[in-house]
Design a protein around this ligand. Structure first.
Ligand SMILES: C[S@@+](CC[C@H](N)C(=O)[O-])C[C@H]1O[C@@H](n2cnc3c(N)ncnc32)[C@H](O)[C@@H]1O
Length: 211
């Protein structure tokens, strides 16, 4: 008899038929006119379930590459009855650069990204200039990016990249309430946490062309 997985799959995971063009989120959500927010590396979904409950008039996408974490976060959101959450099991840069439509996202959350602390592994870090370009393209005018991490050298790197980029302006750092603190934030609550938030400059234009 074949071995069967006892883990129930989440119904919130969406699998694109076409992996080359932006995904049709309007079809995925019943009410597609709501603002759209994305949790990058959403892990086990503690933030997603809290935030989507606090803001039922917003649609949320969690992007996470680990299957087991997609299932944990999906079950968490299903148990809480969330209809405004969908999940991509996908690599974060690919998802944002290929699958998210232009000028579509009101807020990105990038919480406790893998820091790849060894020097020779820094190339594996998700946050770099190509990633910023993908965030910029997909954020709506005035849309925001919120970052938090306990790894202060990685925080500094992200902060400097954003602060030196004219397309973004710094705003007051997003502070989660207790329910919104992510699973990793709870683990690292004894450490100093770096937080920053930046807004895409409204009506940014290059050579008279608005982007
Ligand atoms: C340190 S955990 C933090 C999870 C969650 N944000 C939290 O704060 O509890 C980082 C998460 O990002 C996911 N991740 C790392 N690199 C990724 C990538 N390139 N694309 C998608 N997910 C990624 C990992 O699988 C992991 O679940």
């Amino acid at each position: 008899m074949p071995l069967m997985s006892r883990k129930k799959k989440t119904t919130l995971q969406v699998i694109p038929e076409n992996w080359l063009d932006p995904y049709d989120f309007k079809a995925a959500f019943q009410d597609s006119e709501k603002p759209f927010e994305v949790d990058i590396g959403s892990g086990k979904g503690r933030f997603l379930v809290a935030r989507s409950g606090k803001f039922p008039e917003t649609n949320f996408l969690g992007i996470e590459r680990q299957k087991i974490r997609i299932h944990s976060s999906g079950r968490r959101c299903e148990r809480a009855g969330r209809e405004n959450v969908r999940l991509f099991r996908m690599e974060g840069y690919y998802a944002i650069s290929q699958m998210v439509p232009t000028a579509y996202v009101a807020n990105y959350y990038f919480f406790f990204p893998d820091p790849w602390p060894k020097d020779r592994h820094h190339d594996n870090r998700l946050f770099n200039s190509a990633f910023i370009d993908a965030l910029f393209r997909t954020l709506e005018s005035g849309g925001c990016l919120h970052v938090a991490t306990d790894h202060l050298p990685y925080f500094e790197e992200i902060y400097v990249l954003l602060q030196s980029d004219d397309r973004f302006e710094e705003i007051k750092a997003f502070e989660p309430d207790d329910e919104e603190r992510t699973d990793f934030e709870l683990i690292f609550s004894h450490k100093e946490i770096g937080r920053c938030s930046f807004r895409k400059v409204e009506n940014w234009s290059v050579g008279g062309v608005e982007l």
